[in-house]
Design a protein around this ligand. Structure first.
Ligand SMILES: Cc1cc2nc3c(=O)[nH]c(=O)nc-3n(C[C@H](O)[C@H](O)[C@H](O)COP(=O)(O)O)c2cc1C
Length: 176
């Protein structure tokens, strides 16, 4: 696909088919993250590919958190449903340290965007997830990973055609 088509066609997918994702496609997605630019070339990202059991447990932990804090963060429930349905969940961690945090987060964002675009190019749906933030310590403890969880990405074959979410016009976002 042309790059412009990939960028235009990428959507957040929240409904997935049961079809498993080919291992070579997952590798290609992770490799595209590896190739992203990073501040000072720190490559601050670390990825964890969840087993189905781990993925489903994380979805359950998010649902429980939602049920106990329902008034505040209702998007957690929808996100947990998407995680449960998606065949693949990849967690994105960063070393626990305050130095370079701002630039590391920007770098991690770039790596995740590479993953989403590569998934689209491979005919896969994906969802960038920040809702894992609410239970990030719980997830790190559960997996015994001594790193800070910044995001997650679920991937699979889309079982929906997500509607296009509106964007501000160029005039709206340009300052000059
Ligand atoms: C940093 C970031 C975090 C996000 N976290 C979530 C999330 O936790 N749950 C969710 O359903 N969507 C999440 N999204 C998806 C956004 O809601 C979505 O990108 C936005 O509404 C635009 O829609 P589109 O991706 O289909 O163009 C996240 C997107 C970004 C960039």
């Amino acid at each position: 696909m042309e790059l412009s088509d990939v960028i235009n066609q990428r959507r957040s997918v929240r409904k997935f088919k049961e079809t498993l994702v080919e291992e070579n496609k997952i590798k290609e997605i992770l490799n595209s993250a590896r190739l992203a630019p990073s501040a000072k070339n720190r490559q601050p990202w670390r990825f964890y590919y969840c087993s189905v059991r781990e993925k489903d447990k994380i979805a359950e932990m998010m649902r429980n958190w939602h049920d106990n804090n329902a008034n505040n963060h209702t998007s957690l429930l929808g996100t947990s449903v998407a995680i449960k349905q998606a065949p693949v969940l990849i967690l994105v961690f960063r070393k626990i340290e305050t130095q370079w945090e701002r630039s590391d987060i920007l770098s991690i964002g770039g790596a995740i965007e590479n993953m989403l675009l590569t998934a689209t190019n491979l005919g896969l749906g994906s969802l960038w997830i920040a809702d894992t933030w609410y239970i990030k310590e719980e997830i790190s403890n559960f997996l015994n990973i001594n790193l800070e969880l910044y995001s997650a990405v679920c991937i699979g074959y889309a079982d929906e055609i997500p509607k296009e979410i509106s964007r501000k016009s160029l005039t709206d976002i340009m300052l000059n």
